[in-house]
Write a protein that binds this ligand. Sequence first.
Ligand code: CA
Length: 504
Amino acid sequence: MQSRHWTLLQIVFASALANSPLVAATCESLASLKLPDTTVTSAQTVAAGPFTPPQGNATVVPNLPSFCRVTATLTPSSDSAIQIEVWLPSTGWNGNFQAVDNGGWGGSVNYAEMGTALARGYATSSTDTGHTGGRASFAMGHQEKLIDFGFRSVHEMTLKAKAIIAAFYESAPKHSFFAGCSSGGRQGLMEAQRFPEDYDGIVVGAPTNNWTNMMFGRMWVAHATLTDPASHIPASKYPVIHSAVLNACDTLDGVKDGVLEDPTRCHFDPQVLQCKDADEPSCLTKQQVEAARKIYTPAKNPRTGQEIFPAMERGSELVWATLAGGPAPIRLAEDYFRFVVFEDPQWDFKTLNFDGDLTNAQTRDGGTLTAASPDLKPFFSRGGKLIHYHGWTDQQVMPRNSINYYNSVARAVGGIAKAADSYRLFMAPGMNHCGGGDGPNTFDALAALEQWVERGKAPDSIIASHSTDGKVDRSRPLCPYPQVAKYKGTGSTDNAANFACVAP
Ligand SMILES: [Ca+2]
């Protein structure tokens, strides 16, 4: 019986890969599936209802349809132990595959996003990126694990998930999608650059793709406010600065709505807030003025003057605490220098220099973590579509990095008009890192991507909404860069229908 079962499974699998329908495998039989460098550790049907992730991931995923849950360990190197999960709808599969992303330093399967993808009818997968826990300490002395985190885990997961989907449903997914923000945006660009055949469509949000330079950008802000106590800006003054920015620049876009449609047009100088006499809650000391100016200034090499990473934007002041609040720098960045660049857990951020240390870090990275190549031609030429978005008040990844990357790709393919056939960037005014903020920050980029990939309908705008206490109080089109949303002059400025995407 066992050998007969085996033979049947092998036939099913081989035939599934050849796209010739036979019979679908049972969920439980997938436990015997043989794939390269892979141990399938479990395959079982999960009944409809809430799903309780394994220990250590306590947040219950509610209201899932019944699905086949496959877990596996991938070992592409002798030091690798990449955990993946593949979830396959028992009924109502939409015929597509959508992989989900990881934030920060990864280190855990993203059950919440898998649940969302499954509920939308996708077969879905996630990886722990090859290590456990959200710190970077895993990387010390483990270059192969750093490679797993950098790009290999998502690629290997993709190959294995597609094979498992094919075995289960007797056919390969019609289309494969990847959607991610922040580190997940970096994962998406890494896939498009290194493995252009993995996905037909990719949603990239606020990517950390310019990884090493971005870490210096984050430290630039930390140096502005955290190296000298006199330069520290208390959080209570963020609204003071923000109000002054709005007074100076809110109406430059024609609408007084507390949001800057295009912060690059705002040149507010915090000098206007300098205290006349003693320090007060409503003004900035001379040192605080200098600190705020530095936050608005791109990180630069002090010797060459060359820009390392763009600055925080005007309008982002309410969320400065993430990078400027202290007392220590954001841990995601401090971890990078301690465990990857200097391999010294006691390393002090105040000692960082923005010249030789940058060169050393870039060498150490060498493309393992940074995904900045503008060459997306192989992805585009096989029909790949990319939707990229970034909030203008992002407090973790400076927004102009996305514009710089987009322009680099456009240059590589012959201009923005050409790039727009395959790749569109949507800057979201007043949106924070991957969501939140005073501007419209809820939108369905994945649905727009599906339309583009499946029906050839490119997104000329994406409608975004803003909610307060769960109630939508504003909608607005997000426009493909370099266009901006312009008020038509009549009707409510809280209604997207009264705006048009126009050249800046
Ligand atoms: Ca405005």
